[in-house]
Write a protein that binds this ligand. Sequence first.
Ligand SMILES: *Cc1c(COP(=O)(O)O)cnc(C)c1O
Length: 391
Amino acid sequence: MIPLIYLDHHATTPVDPAVVAAMLPFLTERFGNPSSRHALGQDAHAAVEEARARVASLIGALPEDIVFTSGATESDNLAIKGAARALAGSGRRIVTTAIEHPAVLEPCRTLEREGFTIHRVPVGTDGIVEVGEIEAALEPGTTLVSVMAANNEIGTLQPLAEIGALCRSRGIAFHSDAVQALGRVALDVDAASLDLASLSAHKMYGPKGVGALYVRRARRPRLKLQPQAEGGGQEKGIRSGTLNVPGIVGFGEAARLAHAALDDGEPARLRALRDALLGGLTGSLAGITVNGSLEFRLPGNLHVSIDGVEAETLLLSLGDRFALSAGAACAEAGGKGSHVLRALGMTDSRVYSSVRFGLGRYNARLDVDAVVDALISAVNAARERSAPVRP
Ligand SMILES: *Cc1c(COP(=O)(O)O)cnc(C)c1O
C-alpha cells in the first residue's frame, strides 16, 4: 500500500486500532449468537448490550431506544419508509430538504410513487435550511420531517433543535440522518427533540456494515415503525436478522472513543487544522471560494471552489499522494454534478472546480502543510496551462 495522506473522512474513516482489538475475540472464540440461551450466546448478548449502552450514551439516548442495523442506508430506509407507512392513517405528507443524502432522497422517491407528497425545502447559499421554510411546509397531513444533522459534502450544520421543537409542538415525527455529526460535534436526541436518528459506525472510526437507528419509544403518540426486514424478531421486531456481533462491538468501542475525543477537545483541534488549511490556500492562491457557511460547519470540513481549475483533473495529479474528493461527487448524482451544490445555486464552473477536504483523527499539521503546498503547485501549473497565449 502506498502511504497516502488521507483527507477524505466524510467518505469513510480508518478503523481505530482499539476498535479492531475489541472486535477480534468476537470473530474467533466468542462467536455465539446473542439469541442463544447457552453461555456462549449470553456472552455475545452481554457484549451487544454493552455496545448498545455506549452508542446510546454518545447521543444522550436510552439504550433500549437503539436498534442495530447494517448501516445508515438501512437506518434511513427504515426510518422514512417505516414511519411514513406506519403513520399513513394520519396523513401522507413528508417534509425534507434539498440537500439530503441519497439514502434519504431515494426512499422519499419511492414513497412519492406510492402516493405520498414529498416537500423538499430549499437551502440558502450558505447551505442551511431556514426554520421558517420548514414551518411553512408543515401543512395538515404532515406526519414526518427529515433533516440531516450535518451535510456530507459541505459539512453545514442544520438548526436541529429549532426544527425539533417545532415538530414536537405539532406532534410530527422528527428524523435526522445524523451520520456526519455523530462523534464530530455534540449531538443529543433530547436537545434536538429527535424521534428517529440514523447512525453509522464507519464514519467514526468503526467498521463498515454496521449502524443504528435511534427510535424514541416513549414518544406520545407512540411511533410504531413498520419493519423493513421481517424474520426472527430481533431488535424488538423492528429489525430482524442475527446481530452482527463483531461489528456492533466495534461500533460500541468507536462510540466510547468518540465520546472521549469530544470531551478532550478534538473538535477544536480539527477546527484549527481546517483554518490553517483554508489560510494556507487563500494566502497563496487567488480565486478560492468557500462553499456553504464556514461558521455552522463540521470542524474537520472544508469545501472550496478554485477558480479556473477542473477539480477532477487537479485531483488526478494529486491522487497518488492524497486521498481527496472532488466536491461535485459526479458519480453519485449520475454525472449531473452534486444536487447539494446545485441547491446552493452554484454555477457549473464553480461546481466542477470544487474540492472537499475531510480532516480526521490521525491528521496533523504536517498533512495540512503538505496538501497546501501540493495544491498551490498543481493549481498554478493548471492555470498556466490554460492561460491564453500572449501574441
Ligand atoms: C455515509 C452516509 C450514509 C450512508 O451510511 P452507510 O452506513 O454507508 O450506509 C448516509 N447518510 C450520510 C449523511 C452519510 O454520510
